[in-house]
Write a new protein. Structure first.
Length: 280
């Protein structure tokens, strides 16, 4: 076979713990000047970048990136490119969403190849849809490059499948960052509690007490398994298993901090047997 020498070389380098060679692939798109690519960087591990994402990083002139994008991933940006930090962190000064979209439009109109680099997937609680709409309104051409969402990939690194044939046939993904703020709830937690055997919650660390109270009031069991995964897929990954009634206390006792993914349901128990990832 024509590729056999390359395959043997990869095996040899892997056995010697040496870096793998860069592979040139045909068919990847050319990043045209004046375009904006909205790219998902995945949950943290650089190995989870898609080939389309790496291709974008190698071509971009300007990179506007979020807080969850690691230095390892940013190291793939070509040296000539200019980077702009646009991360959002609760309670800390950060760009407003309009500032971000205005910068994307301005850079694209100046003829640059603009890469908007977002943690996870840009269309999963990542405001990618809003940014794409703003680009459409200003006639700026764009491309979407999906990424691995933390609610799937991050839990996989914790040994927790979001669906399992013998456990659940449905899963609900929600954001928890507005829960318990005193404003009218945007989510019907009672309906979610009754309808979904597994609930995966993004951005919920500071709201877990309010969320747990609503789910318990809606009939979820006090001893229902819960897993809290922080810094998923990175060397700092931490997994804490607890119950719905004790989840808020576990967060305080363990001193857990964002970014986190919280999963509620029987699949959380699978971490005990399927937890394969050992952070370095």
């Amino acid at each position: 076979m024509e590729d056999e020498p390359l395959k043997q070389e990869i095996i040899r380098l892997a056995a010697a713990n040496a870096p793998l060679p860069e592979l040139e692939l045909s068919g990847l798109p050319v990043f045209q000047p004046g375009w904006v690519w909205l790219v998902g960087a995945g949950p943290g591990d650089p190995g989870l970048l898609t080939l389309h994402a790496v291709n974008a990083l190698k071509q971009a002139d300007k990179v506007v990136y979020d807080a969850l994008v690691s230095e390892d991933i940013l190291s793939l940006v070509r040296p000539e490119a200019e980077t702009f930090y646009a991360g959002k962190r609760g309670g800390k000064p950060s760009w407003q969403q309009k500032d971000i979209t205005d910068r994307l439009i301005e850079l694209a109109r100046d003829g640059h190849r603009v890469l908007r680099l977002k943690g996870g997937d840009p269309f999963v609680f990542g405001r990618g849809g809003e940014e794409a709409q703003a680009l459409v309104a200003q006639n700026v051409p764009f491309r979407i490059i999906p990424g691995i969402s933390a609610g799937i990939g991050g839990l996989a690194y914790a040994g927790i499948p979001v669906t399992h044939r013998e456990v659940n046939h449905a899963v609900t993904f929600v954001t928890g960052h507005l829960a318990g703020k005193g404003a009218p709830e945007l989510l019907d937690w009672a309906a979610i509690a009754k309808a979904s055997p597994v609930i995966v919650i993004y951005m919920a660390m500071s709201r877990i007490e309010a969320i747990a109270s609503q789910l318990l009031a809606a009939g979820r069991a006090v001893d229902e398994p819960v897993a809290i995964v922080t810094h998923a897929t990175t060397p700092h990954q931490c997994v804490v298993t607890t119950t719905l009634a004790e989840a808020a206390q576990a967060v305080k006792q363990q001193g857990l901090e964002p970014p986190s993914i919280i999963v509620i349901g029987a699949v959380a128990d699978l971490h005990a047997t399927l937890g394969w990832f050992q952070p370095s």
